[in-house]
Design a protein around this ligand. Sequence first.
Ligand SMILES: Nc1ncnc2c1ncn2[C@@H]1O[C@H](C[S@+](CC[C@H]([NH3+])C(=O)[O-])CC(=O)[O-])[C@@H](O)[C@H]1O
Ligand SMILES: O=C(O)C(=O)Cc1ccccc1
Length: 259
Amino acid sequence: MPAFSTYAAGTAVSKEPDRLFAQPLAQVPDFAFNEDVVRVFPDMIKRSVPGYPTIVENLGVLAAQFAQPNSVLYDLGSSLGAVTQALRRHVRTDGCRVIAVDNSAAMVERCREYLNGQDSMFQELLPVEVIEGDILALDFQPASVVALNFTLQFIAPEQRTALLSRIHQSLLPGGALILSEKLRFNDPEEHALLTDLHVAFKRANGYSELEIAQKRSAIENVMKPDSLEEHRERLLAAGFSKVVPWFQCLNFASLIALP
Ligand SMILES: Nc1ncnc2c1ncn2[C@@H]1O[C@H](C[S@+](CC[C@H]([NH3+])C(=O)[O-])CC(=O)[O-])[C@@H](O)[C@H]1O
Ligand SMILES: O=C(O)C(=O)Cc1ccccc1
């Protein structure tokens, strides 16, 4: 048996249920990654993003195939460090270290606590540094793996190509960018069907119609999904040579982009 299988040996995280949008709000404020969201985030993301646990754990497995000795593995928009923890469970390459970056102070504070928890449970984990900062202002070091796990969709659309170009420039031969995003679909029928099925997924996970509607209005100004075609074209424009989708569940997908 390997030390860590894809049936994750996770460390303890908050189990507080997400009820943030359960009561009617006179005005729904724009979604922000604040203390209230941090408290319920593990529950929120699992009940909102179909395939999330599978994507996170397998991101570690994929990363182990691309990690190069003595290089950096970036977790950009790390939130509570779920991807960082998966990287540390699966990557065994000599001299690698993880840099997790998020611009939410509340997320970063809790992320550091959870990573301390992982350090106290397991030995010989890759060293990790958690930076509170804007990934658009990051000075990238030579990297073999860059994970953008549901983060690019929160970056202003006009900034996305420049960010991906900078990531491409930092990637070492043999490395990869792993990009997970909610998708939009150009075909209206396909878009409506997968959006309805995502609503059914949320309902099945215990969210009410009110919670679903209020969350939708909270995120509509701050989260702008692209189509798979737009992602592919932008990645190629940023210098990537190959774009390979490796996972899709309803309107959520993850891609491997090779330098
Ligand atoms: N410019 C920015 N600079 C740094 N961080 C940012 C920026 N913009 C947004 N963020 C951060 O990106 C994260 C997006 S959540 C990622 C989930 C995680 N990857 C996970 O696998 O659990 C996705 C979601 O909640 O759907 C938040 O923590 C923001 O603070
Ligand atoms: O809830 C949704 O509809 C989403 O698209 C995903 C999500 C998950 C967590 C925070 C913001 C958006």
